[in-house]
Design a protein around this ligand. Sequence first.
Ligand code: 6PG
Length: 512
Amino acid sequence: MAANDQPSEIGLIGLAVMGQNLALNIADHGFRISVYNRTTEKMEAFVDSHPDTPGGLVGCATLEALVASLKRPRKLIVMVKAGSGTDAVIEQLAPLLDEGDILIDGGNSKWTDTIAREQRLAERGLRFIGSGISGGEEGARFGPSLMPGGQEDAWKALEPVWTAIAAKVDPDTGKPLLGAKPGKPIEGGEPCTAYIGPDGAGHYVKMMHNGIEYGDMQMICEAYDLMQRLAGMRPAEIGQTFARWNEGVLDSYLVEITADVLQQTDPVTGEPFVDVVLDAAGQKGTGKWTSINALDMGVPAPTIAEAVFARCISAFKEERVEATKILAGPDSDPESDPAREQVAEEEREALLEAIHDALYCAKICSYAQGFQLMRAAQAEYGWTLDFGEIAGIWRGGCIIRADFLQKITEAYRYEPELANLLLAPHFKEAIDRAQPHWRKVVALAAQQGVPAPTFAASLAYYDSYRSARLPQNLLQAQRDYFGAHTYERVDQPRGRFFHIDWPDPERPQREA
Ligand code: 6PG
């Protein structure tokens, strides 16, 4: 034991910013925590610079020392780069552990990797929790949203720590309780963590959080673009608009930070900061995984997928610059830039209201898709997910935290088997009220040649979902024509398939 007399409650491996902040959060709640980093100097500097945490940090120079410093059953949080980094640490650690010890992967791991890891470790008598952790650096330090999945008894052992360090919300309003400081965490409130389900359920739900995050971010970007290109607004003005919107139904962390970002000046040029940032987005993969999973399960998530594709096309910067010189839009004069032409005050106010409503409607559709995906996943992977609880633990701490999630929590608490969020009375009424504006904005964007992929994809999703009859009757007939893929008939029970022998002039029908 590293020069300490009492064993630590928990250990942590990987002292990058997220690992450091999580360790400090745990120590702030009175838990003694042992920490290890591959580079010993980094661990020592970290421990030395935080000598007086309520629980105490115990620095360990080797994995053996780390393991020896822990209470049994041992609980060890792995905070390293997802993927091969996580596997490498697990492989080093597993031989040092005893039956019943618990490894907790707090990275953005793919849920299928978590399922495989849990199985492999179970064969060696070890328990495994894959826990989504959301909230970035600040969240890790003062209260993240935590989405743990794995064996339930392992969760029970971890629960006191996870419950203590998670973000807290007011149990009545669902609003995050803020104001935590080093050494002074929030007391009371409802914790933004709950057991999600077995094996990969926690990481799956974290992935869905990120898919939804991609949708939210892209929708906000589209609203910003429409404001600048259709209403001729400058970034700071748009920022003020977002700040105003943050007082209403769109109240959320992402809208709040957007307001800040847009009002920021570039320290180098004095220009609006956002104007000097290159429009080529990066991504680490969680939105892509969500979209691939939607395609794999055959569940529509077009808003989330469009948000991923929007990042992809943005990254084709040089190609887009060339294409601008060749491809025409509705404005026939390629030299004239319709962007940022001021419009009359009254027209602008009407436009802003419409964009606000379009953003809100598109957001409802995006969340509806995310929850439908989770609904399908529980059948696919044998989980029982509590959607009210999932929305509940997203109300605070995480990147998508928003007032809106209180309404989703209420919708699923009222009707746990809700087929689609669009059918919940609160959201149905919201869309009933706002959809004329939503349609106007999507039409206007198309007319003016402003890309609004998630606004439009959400609208198509909404209109498809509410259509009792879609044109896929024709599609089925086409498939039967060229590939004898068969079709069902409107006048026969579902599940009976027919085929027409198309080349035959008489075209007799037979049941397949
Ligand atoms: C969170 C964030 C976090 C991270 C994303 C960013 O919940 O705290 O989602 O996990 O910021 O992975 O993802 P991209 O780099 O793909 O945008």
